[in-house]
Design a protein around this ligand. Sequence first.
Ligand code: F6R
Length: 334
Amino acid sequence: MTAEQMREMTARLGGQLAWAARLDPPRVPEAGEGLVCGMGGSGIGGDFAGALAELEGRRVSVHKSYGLPGWAPSARPLVVAVSYSGNTEETLSAVAAAREAGLAVVAVTSGGTLGEIAGSEGFPVVVVPGGLQPRAALGYLLGGLLRVLAAAGVIGDPGAALAEAAELATALSGPSGAAEGLARDLAERLDGRIVAVYGSVGLTAPVAQRWKTQINENGKWPAWWAVFPELDHNEIVGWSGRPDLDRRVGIVTLRDDAEPPPIAARFRLTEEVTSESVAWVGEVRAQGSSPLARMISLTAVGDLVSLELARLAGVDPVPVDVIESLKRRLSEES
Ligand code: F6R
């Protein structure tokens, strides 16, 4: 695969969300809360869903490891196992633990072992189209997950928000998307720098995480993410003692007009303080009206930035050889 193919996959975010808006979800048991088990490009959908559920006063937790969190057997959430390949060992381990604890499980996957287990054990599955990199299937995975959570009564119907997000994503990161110029400018600012992406508790925290992981995986580029207000209690002090390192850092802040005023003040003052120390600080603002669309608008820009960084680094955004070889070595050892 090539950079063009990854750009083409990235352009499909809107189409994938539109697919989810039309999806007829499987019948799933009613539940009071959700627990999403998934890693990497699959698990991030759980973080998005958690932030959205919280706005509705509901709880969707995310588990990114083997087994289950200790509270799950007694709280009895609906377990949604999300794995694009269906072969991720942590997610399969979570499914086995959930079955063992007698919890209801639903899978969102393109197939693999998870698809086979769902078939043989008879639990519901949303089958998403295959052939993509997991991180380029966010629209399918997140959209499918939201439809499952809504079918269980954990969150409200996401249909209208999915449709709005789909349209916005296509406008921004679809073919000749409106965010291409912005992404190129941001990448040029960040070129040669280590990237820190700042969101705030709520909607933009998971998006900051998505930017970081896309920059890592597509750009083959070091990056991290942090969240307001916590970062004001530690991270900002890290910009005071090593100007030689600090001058190699570029910060992107992810802003949303619905931020509460104290958070907006923190963004503003922190941008002021950090821009004295690091090489560059810039911000990107969410667009759209529904919370999901606002998250997706920022995600679409971040996805394009990660591809632009790959171009500047002269690397192919598609392969993630280190992840694949580590998975192989771990499975050989088990
Ligand atoms: C690769 C990617 C990875 C995978 C992760 C889990 O594109 O994004 O972060 O998502 O290794 O694999 P899956 O998604 O197949 O469960």
